[in-house]
Design a binder for this molecule. Structure first.
Ligand SMILES: Cc1cc2nc3c(=O)[nH]c(=O)nc-3n(C[C@H](O)[C@H](O)[C@H](O)COP(=O)(O)OP(=O)(O)OC[C@H]3O[C@@H](n4cnc5c(N)ncnc54)[C@H](O)[C@@H]3O)c2cc1C
Length: 621
């Protein structure tokens, strides 16, 4: 029993101080600094005559087909469960198991949870409890603390609640550590800590029809009842491992990038890193500054675009201090840019509202057909990828290494990355690219990694093998009206939601940024805001109607799922590669991220004005 328990006078809920103390301060590579060498910060000119002709298309196809089926990921279970340990916090603070009731229970204390709390409390919904697996707030930015970590979407548009907290990020692309501090700032400012149970993992969520409540069970022995459950448990939360024969045999130190173990001193060591996705691209330049020998095991290269990093200027600070709502307006302008690259390298004058548009628009004599538009997009993606490939040749000196670092797929098909130090790192004598294309590393033994008969002895092995995308372990532990789990429903019927937020048969359950609800926007914060606003509207509507239960009807859910499928198929050529976005080529169209752009808003607005998709029930008592 924790003596520091208090009772909330307004809600009667018990309040515990479960925020854990930091376990370690030994952090290196705190962020991503500005690169002075201009040659490294620009893309080479567009190669003359670059066209996405039959030969180039065949090259892309071969690149893709050679990798089909190569991705074999596994969950961290059994001997690998240790990779999930929370290395950032002291052990959990003891507290009693809870057997009580709250109005709203939210899973997760990342951007989603934090923003929901600010909005819910502002709207007068204070009987809210949060459960968070980690020892503090931050979510993605709590778990990911690898050296070099930074956001890829400009921090002025990505960090939530900048206007409300008065905070201005120090860099255009803030480090993950700065983002974590901002999460703590948001939590402190809005009283979040009093509402959250840290080191508490929700293990089962079961709908009880008789009481119209969800029964929520946790790994701390809690059995709580809640009228509403909101899943804000993230879309890149559950780390995964590539399944490689012999990996349990390795006798050196090892960890996954999402649990960076700063207690292992890497200086002067032989270090291997498996994976070259977005995390590895940020971590590798920092690792190279510390380790003795670095072996980078790559199956598929990332596209390495320029970073455009810069410090926030004094002029910006002064202007924003006099402009209430500057961040909200900037995010709204940012959201109007629909191409990922245009957004990342977005014109500051446009984002600051000094000019009206971010690019010159070409006028066409007539409206382009869907096919013409697609072809135009594929051609410009090809030209950009040619520049990205030319950048590799311009920077990386060894031709064999340069050839292996060149990606052949449409821009943005795999998560695009942005870095000015990554490619030059491969010119360093102690950094070795081990090209394991197209099938990946073949074996791990007691001493290190083995590929094609060559052994690479290592002291430390780092898995940069990413996360499950749009799938969380909670989905198969949520039992709705029929007794089926959410995973079982989606396995039998295909992913089926309304707006990504509701799924029929799971009343009063809301999923934030999950399948069909998010992910098509590259600024997740936008999606989180849109979902939070929608949920406030839903709660208020139910209050006004005196309803205690909401579910959705079959027809609108089917129609929305069909729409998700159609837009995914229609835009699929732009994402024609094997990537986590499409479940490594195995996901049914429309079942994961949402690619319908602003049509989500159209569906939402129609639903909000007609209320036709909803089935309201129960008495609010
Ligand atoms: C390295 C990295 C960099 C990224 N960079 C960007 C970027 O630049 N721009 C961008 O738009 N997006 C980026 N993203 C995506 C990022 O995840 C989102 O932007 C955003 O932070 C998600 O917030 P969230 O609150 O929805 O989820 P999360 O931040 O994932 O938080 C979810 C929380 O739920 C908790 N949780 C999960 N299951 C349970 C359970 N059963 N019980 C209790 N707690 C649970 C988790 O511990 C976690 O703390 C990045 C992701 C990663 C991994």
């Amino acid at each position: 029993m924790n003596p520091a328990v208090r009772i909330d006078s307004e809600t009667g809920l018990k309040i515990f101080n479960t925020r854990a103390a930091k376990a370690s301060e030994k952090i290196t590579g705190k962020g991503y600094s500005v690169v002075a060498d201009q040659k490294l910060t620009e893309l080479p000119k567009m190669p003359a005559g670059a066209t996405f002709n039959a030969e180039e298309q065949a090259k892309y196809r071969a690149f893709k087909e050679a990798r089909r089926g190569a991705a074999d990921y596994m969950a961290m279970e059994g001997a690998f469960k240790k990779y999930l340990d929370d290395v950032y916090s002291e052990p959990p603070i003891p507290r009693e198991a809870l057997d009580d009731e709250c109005e709203i229970l939210v899973v997760g204390a990342g951007f989603g949870g934090l923003l929901l709390w600010q909005k819910l409390s502002e709207a007068g919904f204070t009987n809210v409890r949060f459960c968070e697996k980690g020892g503090d707030v931050g979510g993605t930015w709590y778990w990911n603390r690898y050296p070099g970590i930074a956001c890829d979407v400009e921090s002025y548009s990505y960090l939530p609640l900048l206007d409300e907290t008065g905070y201005v990020p120090s860099m255009k692309f803030a480090s993950g550590f700065e983002i974590l501090e901002h999460c703590q700032r948001m939590a402190e400012r809005f009283g979040f800590y009093d509402h959250c149970l840290f080191h508490t993992t929700v293990e089962a969520t079961t709908w009880d029809e008789a009481s119209g409540r969800w029964i929520v069970q946790t790994d701390r022995g809690d059995k709580m009842r809640a009228r509403f459950v909101i899943l804000a448990n993230g879309i890149l939360t559950t780390p995964k491992l590539a399944r490689i024969p012999g990996m349990a045999k390795f006798l050196g130190e090892s960890f996954h990038t999402s649990r960076w173990n700063y207690n292992i001193d890497l200086s002067g060591k032989r270090v291997g890193i498996i994976g070259t996705g977005a995390t590895a691209v940020q971590a590798i330049p920092e690792l190279a500054k510390v380790v003795g020998q670095l072996y980078v095991f790559q199956r598929t290269p990332s596209s390495i675009d320029v970073r455009d990093q810069r410090a926030t200027t004094e002029e910006e600070r002064t202007t924003w201090a006099k402009e209430p709502g500057w961040a909200r307006s900037r995010r709204a302008r940012f959201a109007k840019i629909s191409e990922v690259r245009a957004a990342v390298l977005a014109n500051d004058d446009y984002l600051a509202g000094k000019i009206q548009d971010f690019k010159e628009r070409k006028k066409h004599d007539r409206e382009l057909t869907r096919e013409e538009l697609m072809q135009k997009q594929l051609d410009s993606s090809f030209r950009l990828m040619e520049q990205i490939r030319a950048r590799v040749d311009a920077i990386v000196k060894d031709p064999k290494t340069a050839a292996a670092l060149k990606p052949y797929y449409p821009y943005g098909c795999k998560r695009p990355t942005f870095h000015d130090e990554y490619l030059p790192t491969f010119n360093l004598p102690h950094v070795h690219l081990v090209d394991t294309a197209p099938r990946g590393v073949s074996e791990i033994n007691e001493r290190g990694v083995v590929h094609e008969g060559v052994e690479y002895p290592l002291d430390v092995l780092i898995y940069a093998t990413g996360f499950q995308w749009m799938g969380t372990s909670t989905f198969n532990r949520i039992r709705g009206r029929s007794g089926r789990t959410l995973t079982e429903k989606w396995e039998t019927e295909g992913a089926r939601t309304f707006l990504g937020l509701h799924t029929r048969g799971f009343p009063n359950l809301f999923i934030v940024t999950g399948p069909q609800g998010g992910g098509g926007s590259f600024n997740f914060t936008d999606v989180i805001y849109a979902h939070a606003d929608y949920l406030i509207w839903m709660m208020q509507t139910m209050r006004e109607r005196g309803a205690s239960v909401v579910d959705v009807r079959k027809e609108p859910e089917d129609k929305y799922a069909e729409h998700c499928r159609d837009v995914d198929i229609a835009t699929a050529p732009l994402r024609d590669c094997i990537s986590y976005y499409n479940g490594e080529g195995r996901a049914a169209p429309g079942s994961l991220a949402y690619y319908g752009g602003r049509q989500w808003d159209k569906f939402r607005m129609e639903a909000q004005s007609s209320l036709e998709p909803y089935v309201f029930g129960g008495d609010l008592n």
